[in-house]
Design a protein around this ligand. Structure first.
Ligand SMILES: [Fe+2]
Length: 218
């Protein structure tokens, strides 16, 4: 008699449920294992992502879902080919969950300097990871420098930062230096900020359950 394999059903959650679960965590900072538990093994309902899907044609946008003194939740929307600079996270923990599209995640090791603006020497780690929908990546203080690159279709990622990140160090590998960059939001609560320029709203289908080539309508 053959073996019958059963797979647990993915739990469906709204983005607002993720925020509620994070807010209910006791303590002054979020507990990493519990954040990972909240973000893994769930399907986020597309209707809960929809208000935050604002794009610009030549880069990525930061869309604030929730922010308080302990943590923030953002949706980042990536145009094909868009890439972040090589950056750290102000010493905070951060989690990135892919909802749509495919991204290359590239990690860097600090060899010299780089704790403050000025000289900074980095080396690449040998592995560039391809992150698909449902993938959760965590950056920590010790392993916090990375670059995110959106591959050939629009991508959507959900980020949790504990605590909120206001500025970061941006690294230039050729010049072997780093500088401070203030982090700017593009929308808050689904509403574009005046200084964000022209943004384009896109709709996504069943984000976490589709391939990167499906579900996009204008
Ligand atoms: Fe990052």
């Amino acid at each position: 008699m053959g073996t019958v394999h059963t797979f647990p059903r993915m739990q469906r959650l709204g983005l607002e449920d993720v925020v509620t679960r994070l807010r209910k965590m006791p303590g002054r900072t979020l507990v990493p294992a519990e954040v990972a538990h909240v973000l893994r093994g769930v399907v986020l309902e597309p209707r809960s992502l929809a208000p935050f899907l604002w794009f610009r044609p030549d880069g990525y946008t930061r869309n604030v879902v929730h922010r308080d003194e302990r943590f923030e939740v953002l949706v980042l929307c990536w145009a094909p080919g868009a890439a972040s600079p090589i950056h750290d996270h102000e010493g905070q923990d951060c989690w990135l969950r892919v909802e749509q599209g495919v991204l290359a995640l590239e990690d860097f090791r600090l060899c010299r300097g780089g704790e403050a603006p000025g000289p900074a020497q980095l080396e690449t780690t040998p592995l560039v990871r391809r992150a698909m929908p449902g993938h959760v990546d965590r950056r920590t203080v010790r392993a916090g420098i990375h670059r995110v690159h959106c591959l050939d279709t629009p991508a959507v990622t959900v980020h949790v930062y504990s605590r909120p990140v206001h500025e970061c160090l941006v690294f230039d590998m050729e010049r072997r230096e780093c500088s401070v960059r203030t982090v700017h939001d593009d929308t808050v609560g689904g509403v574009p900020l005046r200084e964000s320029g022209d943004l384009q709203r896109l709709a996504v289908g069943h984000a976490a359950e589709r391939t990167s080539h499906a579900g996009w309508t204008q």
